[in-house]
Design a binder for this molecule. Structure first.
Ligand code: CA
Length: 364
C-alpha cells in the first residue's frame, strides 16, 4: 500500500508539473512561434498571439496554419502615417474638394466604365433601384474605376492598426474596429479559399473597385458575374452588384430624389441649427421646412422626408441642400456630406458626358 501511495503521489506531482508546464507553454510558445513579422514590439507580438488563439477557439482556425500566416505579416509604418489625421484642420471647402475629385480624366474613365459595364449597371438599377450614375459615382470616387485600388497587403495594415494607432480620442475603439476587420479578412479568405496574404487594398484595408472593408464584403458582397466568388479586386461586375446591394440595404428607395438645392436666408439661426443638427437621417417633412423659411425652386415630393445639409465653402457662402434618405444612404458608405455630394456630382457629370454619344447613337 505504501508503495502504491508513493506512486500515486509521484503521479500527482507529475500531473501538477505537466499542467504548469502546459500553462507556461501556452503563454510563451505563441510569442516564439509567431514572431509576427518584422518590426512589431514585444507587447504587440503578444497581442497578435492572443488574437491568433481567439481565432482558433472562436472560428476553429488551424492554429499552426494561422501562426504561419502571421510569421509573414509585417508592421506597416506607412499605414500608421497615412491614418494619422492632419494636425492642421483646414477650413472646410466643398468647391476645392469637388475640384480635386471631379476632373476631366475621372469623368472620361467613368464614361468608359459605364460603356463597358452598361448591362450590369442596368441590371443593378432594375434589381436594386439604384441609378447607374450613383454606382458609377461611388466606384469613381472610391478607386478611380479601379486605377487606385491600393497596393497594401490587407493583412499587414489591419494587423498593424489593430495593435497600434496614433493619438486619437477614440484610439481604443479604432483599434478594436481594425481587429474586427482583421477577423473578417481571415474569415473571408478562408471562405473564398484564398491565401489571406494575397489580399490587397488601401492603407486602411479597404478592398477593390468599391473599397469595401472585409466585413462589408462578407455582409454585402454580391457575386454579380456568377463565377461563384465575390471578387471586388478583379471583377467590376461584382463591384457594381455589391455597391447597389449595399445602398439598398442602407435605405435606398428606387425612383426617389436625392438632393434639391435650397436657400435659407429666411430661416432663423435657431431653426437652422435645429435642422442642421438632425444627424445622417432625413427627418423633416417638406411642409415643416418650407414653413420655417427654407426655399426651393423645384417641385418635390411631399410624401418623403428630407434633411437640410450644409456644404461649407471656406471664405465663400455655404451651399444648402435638401437631402432625402437616398442621399443619407450614400453617407452610410462614408459619413461625410462632401463625400456623398461628390458621388452625386461625379455620377451626374459622367451621365452628362455620356449623353452626346447616346444622342449620336440614336441618330445613326
Ligand atoms: Ca464573381
Amino acid at each position: 500500500m505504501a508503495i502504491l501511495r508513493f506512486f500515486l503521489k509521484l503521479l500527482s506531482v507529475a500531473l501538477v508539473l505537466f499542467q504548469v508546464g502546459c500553462g507556461l507553454m501556452t503563454q510563451s510558445s505563441p510569442v516564439s512561434k509567431i514572431r509576427p513579422g518584422k518590426d512589431f514590439l514585444p507587447d504587440q507580438t503578444v497581442a497578435i498571439a492572443a488574437f491568433t488563439n481567439q481565432m482558433a477557439e472562436k472560428h476553429g482556425f488551424d492554429k499552426l496554419a494561422l501562426e504561419a500566416v502571421f510569421r509573414e505579416v509585417n508592421r506597416s509604418e506607412r499605414a500608421l502615417q497615412l491614418i494619422t489625421p492632419d494636425p492642421v484642420s483646414k477650413p472646410k471647402n466643398w468647391e476645392a474638394y469637388r475640384e480635386r475629385i471631379i476632373d476631366s480624366s475621372r469623368i472620361k474613365a467613368g464614361v468608359n466604365f459605364w460603356k463597358k459595364h452598361r448591362r450590369e449597371l442596368k441590371k443593378a438599377e432594375k434589381e436594386y433601384g439604384v441609378p447607374a450614375e450613383i454606382i458609377v459615382g461611388i466606384i469613381g470616387v472610391e478607386s478611380f474605376y479601379g486605377k487606385t485600388k491600393g497596393n497594401f497587403r490587407v493583412i499587414d495594415v489591419l494587423t498593424t492598426l489593430s495593435v497600434e494607432y496614433p493619438e486619437h480620442p477614440r484610439r481604443e475603439a479604432r483599434m478594436a474596429f481594425f481587429r474586427h476587420e482583421l477577423e473578417q479578412a481571415l474569415l473571408f479568405a478562408r471562405d473564398a479559399e484564398l491565401d489571406p496574404l494575397s489580399l490587397n487594398g488601401s492603407y486602411a484595408g479597404a478592398i477593390g473597385f468599391p473599397q469595401f472593408m472585409p466585413g462589408c464584403i462578407r455582409q454585402f458582397g454580391v457575386d454579380y458575374d456568377q463565377d461563384e466568388m465575390v471578387d471586388l479586386g478583379e471583377s467590376p461586375k461584382d463591384a457594381i452588384g455589391s455597391v447597389a446591394n449595399y445602398l439598398k440595404k442602407h435605405g435606398w428607395v428606387g425612383g426617389e430624389e436625392i438632393v434639391v438645392q435650397a436657400r435659407v436666408e429666411s430661416v432663423t439661426p435657431e431653426q437652422l441649427k435645429h435642422f442642421l443638427g438632425q444627424g445622417l437621417e432625413a427627418k423633416f417633412s417638406i411642409a415643416e421646412l418650407l414653413q420655417d423659411g427654407v426655399q426651393i425652386e423645384e417641385d418635390v415630393s411631399t410624401e418623403q422626408k428630407y434633411g437640410l445639409i450644409d456644404l461649407q465653402n471656406g471664405e465663400n457662402p455655404t451651399e444648402y441642400w435638401l437631402a432625402t434618405e437616398n442621399f443619407f444612404a450614400i453617407t452610410k458608405y462614408n459619413r461625410s456630406y462632401f463625400y456623398a455630394m461628390s458621388v452625386v456630382a461625379l455620377g451626374n457629370a459622367v451621365k452628362q458626358a455620356r449623353a452626346p454619344r447616346l444622342v449620336r447613337y440614336r441618330r445613326n
